[in-house]
Design a protein around this ligand. Structure first.
Ligand code: ZN
Ligand code: ZN
Length: 339
């Protein structure tokens, strides 16, 4: 039977008895304050002092191929195995479309002057203006719909694909703009998966051609490249500072640095806890904020480099079910698995 357990952000935070008298409660609060003091993020240790790059742009040529492999690896004997295989087919189509895209020779998607202006006004580099016709997005969606192999998928998925193929171009673009802005029409959720798949390919291609140094922080939980929400946070091992934390964009795949032990939704670091599920790898957790009651998947990629923010978010759905029971709501967004 599944067991839900809580991990404190520091060793001292685990296993305390619940205080009963007011004096004990006051002492416990002080102790908590001391603990929080002790675990307060230290810029030198967590890589926000400039020791680590603020962003890592996506590498589209490996992003979708590796994700497809991860979906396939997670599917066997998984309760959501059928859906994981469906998403593996989507990711394989994404990889195939990406392989035919113009790549870096297409040049920068935003002029340096526009980029500087947008950064100065606290705006992400890419706006919705990158989606209409001349951007190549409609062709990207057409190619994805043609390449996705749904031979092993349920009939409903094939019907959704056919409906989307038959939809007028302006209707598809309108749906893509809604998904880009985080709005999912309830009656078209199934179609949104395909549209989101194309958006991810298109935006990863554009983001990869941005200049990393031109990207500036926009706001907590907002991708500096495209304005998307994070799917998960990753503790990585590839930076000069050990175990730096990055948020992974649900849309373009850009990673951006975020202080550890601080909520990505409200910015508070006062009441952060980590939860795991003992049927899952200990490298897959959620970071939950007691201040705003939101949570985000938290993947220890430095221990398991195969972890993928999107695939492992779907595969750890049991953790979502448990943390939601405890009154938390998801701060992250997974465009291939909107629940
Ligand atoms: Zn993004
Ligand atoms: Zn919060």
């Amino acid at each position: 039977m599944a067991r839900f357990f809580k991990r404190a952000p520091s060793k001292e935070g685990a296993g305390n008895d619940t205080p009963s008298t007011p004096a004990e409660q006051a002492e416990a609060r002080q102790a908590t304050a001391r603990r929080l003091e002790r675990i307060k993020p230290d810029p030198d240790q967590i890589g926000i002092s400039g020791a680590v790059p603020f962003v890592r742009l996506p590498a589209p040529e490996t992003l979708f191929r590796d994700r497809a492999a991860r979906f396939r690896a997670l599917a066997p004997e998984h309760p959501l195995g059928g859906y994981l295989l469906f998403l593996a087919a989507i990711a394989e189509a994404q990889a195939a479309v990406q392989a035919e895209s113009p790549g870096s020779e297409a040049g920068a998607p935003v002029s340096e002057a526009d980029l500087a202006l947008r950064a100065e006004h606290g705006m992400p580099a890419l706006s919705r203006s990158v989606l209409p016709d001349e951007s190549g997005f409609p062709a990207c969606l057409d190619a994805l719909l043609d390449k996705v192999d749904l031979s092993g998928a349920p009939e409903a998925a094939r019907q959704t694909l056919a409906a989307l193929k038959a939809a007028p171009a302006e209707d598809r673009l309108d749906l893509a703009l809604q998904v880009f802005e985080g709005a999912f029409p309830v009656e078209r959720m199934a179609e949104c998966v395909f549209v989101a798949g194309a958006l991810q390919v298109h935006l990863a291609g554009l983001a990869a051609r941005l200049t990393p140094k031109a990207l500036k922080p926009v706001a907590d939980g907002v991708c500096p490249a495209c304005g998307g929400a994070p799917t998960a946070s990753l503790i990585v091992s590839w930076t000069p500072a050990d175990k730096a934390r990055y948020l992974s964009c649900s849309l373009c795949g850009t990673l951006w640095n975020h202080v550890r032990i601080r909520c990505t939704a409200c910015g508070s670091g006062e009441d952060i806890s980590y939860y795991g599920l003992d049927e899952l790898s200990k490298d897959v957790q959620v970071e939950a904020c007691g201040t705003c009651h939101s949570y985000l998947k938290h993947l220890h990629q430095h221990r398991d480099p195969a972890l993928d923010p999107i695939a492992d978010d779907v595969a750890s759905y049991g953790l979502d079910l448990k943390i939601v029971e405890d009154g938390f709501r998801k701060a992250g967004l997974n465009l291939l698995f909107v629940t």
